[in-house]
Design a protein around this ligand. Sequence first.
Ligand code: ZN
Length: 260
Amino acid sequence: MIRATVWGENVHERTSKTVAEIYPKGMHACIAAALNEDEAIEASTATLQEPEHGLPQPRVDQTDVLLWWGHAAHGDVSDQVVDRVADAVWGGMGLIVLHSAHFSKIFKKLMGAPCNLTWREAGERERLWVTSPQHPIARGLPKCIELEHEEMYGEPFGVPEPLETVFVSWFQGGEVFRSGLTYRRGAGSIFYFRPGHEAYPTYYDENVRKVLVNAVKWAANPEKRNAHVHDAPNIDIKDAPESIEARGPKLHAEGEEGFR
Ligand code: ZN
C-alpha cells in the first residue's frame, strides 16, 4: 500500500460559505476520498490547525507521498515543519503540490525560485492538454481534460525548467500555462498540478481524480528513506578506488573540525 497524506490548509472551507458548500468536509477530505477509491493507496489527511500542522516527524516518516493544498495562510506554516518536509522529500518522499500551493513555503524552498504567475478569477473554461501521453501520470486520460469553471493561471510561471511537462492549459480568455510539471529533488519526485481553485468543484472531476491517483503512484518511491541526505563523508585516501599519493596542502587536517 502507498501511504498518502493529504495536507489541507483548511481556511477557506471554514471562512467561506461558497467553499464550505462545495467541500463540506474540506478539500483535503475530498482529495483523500478520491485517492482511497484506488485499492493501492491508503490516504489520510492533516491540516494547518493541528499540532505541528498534523505533520510531526513520525507522521512524515510514515508518509510515502504528501499532497499539499494551501493558499491563504502560507506564512502560518512553521519553518520547522517546512524543513522537515524538505528533508523527507530529499530522502525520497513524493510531493504533489496543488494549485495555489505554487506559493507555499515548501514549494518555493524546493524550487529555489519565486514561483510567481499571473491569474484571473472569472470562472472561465480550462482545457488541460496532455502533452506527454506516454507519462504514467497521464495514464487513462483523454487527450484533453475540460473544466467548465476554473481560475486562470498564466505564464510566465517563475519555476525552474521541469524534468517533464505533462499538461499545458488553455483558458477561455486566451492565456496558456504549464499545468503539470515534474521535478526531482534529492531522491524525491515532485509533481505540480495546477487546477483546484477552492470556489469550483474541480476535485470532484473524474479526470482530475485520475491524475491525482496516477501522480501518487508515480511519486511513491519504494527505495525511499535512504535518509542520509545531510551526510558528506570524508573518504580516506586508502579507501580510494585507485591508488593515489596525497599532495598538499591539506586544509582539513585530521582531528580538525570536519568539513561537511
Ligand atoms: Zn485559486
